[in-house]
Design a protein around this ligand. Structure first.
Ligand code: SF4
Length: 266
C-alpha cells in the first residue's frame, strides 16, 4: 500500500523514534516563511492567513497505514503531527488525532505507548477553537523563536494577517492554562546565526532576553533550545554552536527562575 500520510519513523533529537504524520496536502502550506525552514521557502500562494482553513478529513487509508506501520515499530516513542507546514490549518486535525489514539490503544507496545505529539508554529492559537483542538494532544511543541515584532518579521516572515507577537505570547499563556495537567506544553526556540552582515539573526541579545521574559510569562512545562540541523531555506543562515546554546540556557534559567520548568538543549 503506498504511503499517503506518514513519514519515517525517524530517530528525532527531541522525541526519540518518531513517526511523522502529515495532515496537509502534498505541498507546504504555512502562515510563516521562516528563514531557516528545513522544507524550503513558502511559495507566495501557499503563505496563508491564520484565518485560512482547509478541510482534509482522513481517508480510510489513514487507519490502515498506521496499523501496518505500528506492527513494525512496537518501540515507537512518538506519533508526531506536523510536516509540510502548519497542521492547525486543517479543520480535521482532531479526526486524525482520534484515529491515531484509537489505533494506538489496539496494539501491544514493548515500552510505554508512543506519545501523541503536535508541532505548531503558534500563529493560530489566538483562536479559541484552535486551542480547544491543540490542547487535546499529549505533547504540544509550540514555536517561539522571537519575542519582539522586528525579530518576528525578520526570522519567521509571517503572512500579513498574522497578529503581533504579543498576541501570540498571550495565546501561548492561555493555552498553557487551558491544557489538562496530564498534557504538556513545550516551547521550542530555534536560534540561528547569519553570514549576511546586514541581516540580524534571532541570536541577538535583545531577542534572547525578550524570549526569556516571554517564557517566564508562559510558564511552559518544557523549553527546548536548538538550532538548524539540515539545509535552511536561506543560504545565509547557519547554526549556533553548543556553547551559545548553553549560554542561552543559563540566561533563560536565570530570568525564568522556576525549577519546575525543564530546559533542554539539543
Ligand atoms: S513555521 Fe515551520 S513549516 Fe512554516 S516556514 Fe517556519 S519552519 Fe517552515
Amino acid at each position: 500500500m503506498p504511503r499517503e500520510y506518514t513519514y519515517g519513523p525517524f530517530q528525532s533529537r527531541r522525541l526519540g523514534l518518531s513517526l511523522g504524520i502529515n495532515v496537509l496536502a502534498k505541498f507546504k502550506l504555512c502562515t510563516y516563511n521562516c528563514v531557516y525552514c528545513e522544507i524550503g521557502l513558502t511559495e507566495k500562494d501557499n503563505l496563508v492567513s491564520p484565518n485560512y482553513r482547509i478541510s482534509l478529513p482522513p481517508s480510510p487509508n489513514f487507519r490502515k497505514e498506521l496499523k501496518s506501520i505500528f506492527n513494525y515499530v512496537p518501540h515507537l516513542n512518538s506519533i508526531t503531527f506536523g510536516y509540510n507546514g502548519e497542521p492547525t490549518l486543517n479543520e480535521n486535525l482532531v479526526d486524525f488525532l482520534n484515529i491515531a489514539s484509537d489505533v494506538r490503544s489496539e496494539l501491544n507496545w514493548t515500552h510505554e505507548k508512543p506519545i501523541l505529539t503536535l508541532f505548531t508554529n503558534s500563529s493560530t492559537l489566538f483562536f479559541d477553537e484552535i486551542r480547544e483542538r491543540v490542547k487535546k494532544f499529549e505533547l504540544v511543541l509550540a514555536k517561539l523563536d522571537v519575542a519582539n515584532n522586528d525579530d518576528f518579521k525578520r526570522t519567521n516572515r509571517p503572512q500579513n494577517e498574522v497578529p503581533d507577537i504579543e498576541i501570540i505570547i498571550e495565546s501561548l499563556m492561555k493555552l498553557k492554562q487551558e491544557m489538562p495537567k496530564k498534557n504538556k506544553l513545550a516551547i521550542q526556540i530555534l536560534v540561528y546565526n547569519s553570514y549576511k552582515k546586514d541581516f540580524l539573526p534571532n541570536n541577538n541579545s535583545k531577542n534572547i532576553y525578550d524570549v526569556a521574559h516571554a517564557l517566564k510569562r508562559i510558564k511552559p512545562n518544557i523549553i527546548q533550545i536548538y538550532s538548524t540541523a539540515r539545509i535552511p531555506a536561506e543560504y545565509f543562515v547557519f547554526a549556533i554552536d553548543n556553547e551559545r546554546k548553553k549560554e542561552i540556557g543559563y540566561i533563560f534559567k536565570e530570568i525564568i527562575n522556576d525549577d519546575k520548568i525543564e530546559i533542554n538543549i539539543y
